[in-house]
Design a binder for this molecule. Sequence first.
Ligand code: DAH
Length: 356
Amino acid sequence: MDELRTKYIEAIAAAADEATLEELRVRAVGKKGEISLKMRELGKMTPEERQVAGPALNALKNEINSALAAKKVALSDAALDARLATEWLDVTLPSRTRRVGSIHPISQVTEEVTAIFADMGFAVAEGPQIETDWYNFDALNIPGHHPARAEMDTFYTHRAEDDERRPHVLRTHTSPVQIRTMEKDGAPIRIICPGRVYRADYDQTHTPMFHQVEGLALGKDISMANLKWVLEEFFSAFFGTDVKTRFRASHFPFTEPSAEVDIQCSWEGGTVKVGEGDDWLEVLGSGMVHPNVLKAGGIDPDEYQGFAFGMGIDRLAMLKYGIPDLRAFFDSDLRWLRHYGFASLDQPTLHGGLNR
Ligand code: DAH
């Protein structure tokens, strides 16, 4: 009995896994196990012998069973410890960096422009990029034979051979939104219209798609002086410094009188700085809305008048953020976008400060 005890208790203590433990259980206390067989021999013993051997065998059986149970618990605790050790995770490690997108300079500048004009009471109006030639030309006092039509390098949409109607165009400027807004809202009006425009042109300063923002203010006593104030106010807010403007007499079919506007700049060291120096940079076209344009928009030119202007958003972005080549704006080169892009939570507002 002592031999049996030593043999099994030691084997149980040494068992490395549950399978070994089960094997030991079968060999010791299973139906045909050594201890079970010994118990069967009790019947052949004398009552005296049985009185001694019986309890001793029972005690041994109990001892082995509890040793098995204890070892089983110990093994599963060890297995859990091993798992916890290998599956350990350091939650204090810094996370893997994930690239987030950035705001394109055009979107950023559009937001900036919108914030500044909104502060002066201008709402944002939008129109379609595929326009009828009426809205893009005729309504803006550019009749069929007018040279401005040819000058604008217009993209025309396709019409079937036998379709007599004039083709739609990709709008060549944001000015048609003036007419659409007059028709929709009537006077008085105070809007800006930012958006994409299209012309068949491609070099360092021209891309076939670019961006403009139109401005339109109609009222009973709006004059060229209001135009000048609004534009100077805008440029100073946009560039973050007092910017002088120069109005040069010009000609546009949709305004009378018309003026091209230059902003003060310097060209020191080959880079342009706005708001200093004594050079001038042309940035927009403007004027008093032509009576024919008001009429086309359903507004009585004897009752209302006002100013309009149009400027390039891409150009503003290049000037403010020192971006040299316009074509790169639309190449979708991630390196360029990461370099010139803006953080997405950095929304430009007048109170929060525009980006400089
Ligand atoms: N539409 C003109 C262009 O694309 C810009 C422009 C000039 C707009 C004078 C105006 C304006 O509203 O009054 O070149």
